[in-house]
Ligand binder design. Structure first.
Ligand code: ADP
Length: 562
């Protein structure tokens, strides 16, 4: 029975949208995620605009909660879509009761019961209507604890599977039970489930609601921001997910022999992201390059074959950024404002750079190239490559500042390096949004040697602030940073340097070329800054691309119909 269900879920389905959407264009049937959403298609979407009831489900949404890019995207894309006429709700946990970030939210007085973890759980919903979006927060004692959304100083919370299972159940109830602005969103909505934390949403639609005639006309899209995190737990936890037993096959996951812990370990597990991939109507990722990478053995983290089997519904859309929060002409966190037309604050008086050097206690040297890094201290971010290259880099006449938190060994390395290279290096251990803005504005170069990067936002922020990115050419970094070519014929399009492969030598060489350009070729450097600042990185065009995918989602019947 389980096997039969699994086969049913995986069997190839006719995807009407893939055919219809390209008529009468010349795109071949085999074209899938690699397709660029063409301008004329987007204009068409604009003309035929249908307002959708959109429900984002996410473990973080800035400014209420944020540990990385997911928070940024779910804090700003909903606003862009609402501005285009859609009714948009974001459902996320209400972390830490009484936190000032939730001060504007009110209890909707709609206690709701959901069934999971072997019993009935009661959640409350809090709400704030802000910037055209219904921000809905699920309240339950399991979210009220110190730390970040996923863990504390002792590591990841042991009950994360329960916490995010609860979020998904609550999010499925929210459109049905919450009369926001007097009216519920109702059943005809589009769920955007973000990453594994929201991955049970498409599974619940298929397994719990549609068999009872609810959400028959709804659609779901799983948005993969980082496939390395899949929500995998022991198979015995399946009974806690509040799913009918016959749906086990949708989440079934067998670890390869080499990944098992002991001789009696059968490797049986449940994988929530896999469940989302086999039940969602469509699959989105945060850049075109990453949409392809996740279908390869190197980038798919075990899900590549499954994703390949559904590649007709996989698309990649490069993230935009919140250009109001990240605006060097008005940023409240920085000491001097500037624009692409008037760079004096950045290149002449260099107030942002001097203020940063002062704040960090570095020697005040406006002429010295200042390199920055912001991000999670994680193997994904290539911190090990920075570690191996730093002693050589810090022999040069440079200053280097890092802001990040994560693996303890890297935090300790930052502290030790600061002691050893006190006049050249600063390592700020922690999560601080204001400092992130000041580093982005004050540095000359932003270093991002990520091993893989689904999209990456820091390079987009850097370019908007005239800070030139030096990145490993992978995923979204490769797509967004164009390498500067001083010998280019005609107008060069370079906005930074994308080096490859990811080695210490390659990274050092790229950084040194950037430093040389900064010191010796001021006009080229200003060109790099200006081109980066003039890139369109707003959500406006990106929202159009999302609308195209929404249209495709509703063009096809639901992927799973029982
Ligand atoms: P990821 O989502 O993989 O962590 P992204 O580049 O997509 O990486 O997004 C990271 C986001 O988190 C950016 O907004 C960045 O400024 C922010 N960020 C990362 N680390 C820190 C930190 N230590 N302090 C403040 N902001 C941080």
């Amino acid at each position: 029975m389980v096997k039969a269900l699994f086969f049913y879920i995986l069997k190839p389905r006719l995807v009407i949208s893939q055919y219809l959407c390209h008529i009468p264009g010349d795109v071949q049937v085999g074209d899938t995620h690699a397709d660029k959403l063409e301008d004329d298609e987007l204009t068409q979407v604009n003309l035929n605009k249908v307002p959708y009831n959109i429900v984002f489900v996410t473990s973080e949404a800035s400014p209420y909660s944020k540990t990385g890019g997911l928070g940024d995207v779910c804090g700003s894309l909903p606003i862009a879509l609402a501005a285009r006429g859609h009714r948009v709700m974001v459902v996320s946990p209400r972390y830490l009761c009484g936190d000032e970030r939730f001060a504007g939210t009110v209890n909707l007085d709609s206690p709701t019961k959901v069934y999971c973890a072997g019993g009935v759980q009661e959640v409350d919903f809090f709400h704030e209507y802000r910037k055209g979006v219904d921000w809905v927060f699920v309240d339950h004692p399991c979210y009220r604890r110190p730390g970040n959304p996923y863990g504390d100083i002792y590591g990841a919370f042991g009950d994360n599977q329960f916490r995010f299972t609860l979020l998904c159940h609550a999010a499925c109830e929210a459109p049905l039970v919450l009369p926001l602005g007097g009216f519920t969103y109702g059943q005809n909505c589009l769920f955007l489930a973000n990453d594994w934390h929201a991955g049970l949403v498409p599974v619940l639609l298929a397994a719990k609601y549609r068999p009872h005639g609810i959400y028959k006309d709804a659609r779901s899209i799983i948005v993969i921001h980082n496939i390395a995190h899949q929500g995998v737990e022991a198979a015995s936890t399946y009974c806690n997910l509040g799913l009918p037993w016959e749906w086990y096959g949708a989440l079934e996951w067998i670890f390869p022999t080499w990944a098992r812990t002991h001789a009696l370990d059968t490797g049986q597990a449940v994988n929530i992201l896999k469940g989302a991939i086999v039940t969602a109507d469509r699959i989105l990722t945060v850049s075109e390059g990453y949409a392809w990478e996740i279908t390869t053995p190197e980038g798919g983290y075990g899900l590549h074959e499954l994703l390949t089997s559904r590649e007709f519904v996989v698309n990649g859309i490069t993230n935009g950024i919140d250009i109001t929060e990240w605006d060097p002409s008005s940023d409240e966190h920085i000491s001097s404002h500037y624009t692409a037309d008037d760079l004096s604050g950045k290149v002449v008086i260099m107030e942002c750079k001097i203020a940063l050097q002062k704040e960090l206690g570095l020697p005040i040297r406006p002429d010295c190239p200042l390199i920055g890094f912001i991000g999670r201290l994680d193997y994904q971010k290539g911190i090990d490559v920075i570690l191996s290259a730093a002693p050589a880099l810090l022999q040069d006449d440079v200053q280097f500042v890092m802001l990040g938190s994560g693996e303890r060994q890297y935090e300790e390395w930052m502290r030790a390096t600061e002691a050893a290279f006190n006049s050249k290096y600063r390592g700020w251990v922690g999560f601080n949004v204001a400092i992130a803005h000041r580093i982005t504005a004050g540095c000359d170069i932003l270093l991002m040697p990520s091993r893989f990067e689904p999209c990456g936002l820091n390079q987009l922020y850097a370019m908007r602030y005239g800070t030139v990115p030096v990145v490993h050419g992978t995923g979204g970094l490769k797509e967004t940073v164009k390498t500067f070519n001083p010998y280019a014929e005609g107008e060069d399009e370079g906005t930074g340097w994308a080096f490859s492969p990811l080695t210490r030598e390659c990274m050092l060489e790229a950084v040194r070329v950037a430093i040389k350009t900064y010191r010796e070729h001021k006009t080229s450097w200003e060109g790099l800054m200006r081109r980066g600042m003039e890139r369109d990185c707003s959500w406006d065009n990106v929202a159009l691309e999302y609308e195209q995918v929404f249209q495709w989602a509703f063009m096809d019947p639901p992927y799973i119909i029982n």
